[in-house]
Design a protein around this ligand. Sequence first.
Ligand code: ZN
Length: 165
Amino acid sequence: MLTILKYPDPILTKPAEPILEINDEIRQLAKEMIETMYGSHGVGLAGPQVGVSKQIIVVNPDSEVGSEMVYLNPKILKRKGRCLAEEGCLSFPGIYGNVTRALWIEVSALLLNGETSIFTAEDFAARVIQHEIDHLHGITFIQKFQPAEKITLTKSLRELEESYV
Ligand SMILES: [Zn+2]
């Protein structure tokens, strides 16, 4: 299990570097990120959350072991629709808030086998992928909360700030 970095770790707000070569280090990182995602009962995890500022995400929106996907350098090509729903994040324990996301996305990403995949996702899967891609740009979900919600979460965020060492 890798250690999941928590807010306000500065790596969470730093844009991640693209992956230029798929080597053993990246394959091992992907394997450990998948284990860490399952071990933490998460549905997605991004490189910066485990202290690696590289453009890699692992997702498993249907929570079924074996159906997880690893995407390198993912980019959203198209977005359709909007939907507001509650999200959580492994780097923000105890914090949940409503975030507006596209309902449908088309994504391009490099796979571990070196192929570039262009695929679509919708509903919850699209939400998870958008949340994780945001992490690669140094954007965390609290930045997308409504102002009123931000105020109600101020205390919880301050508690996380105070417990950060
Ligand atoms: Zn997150």
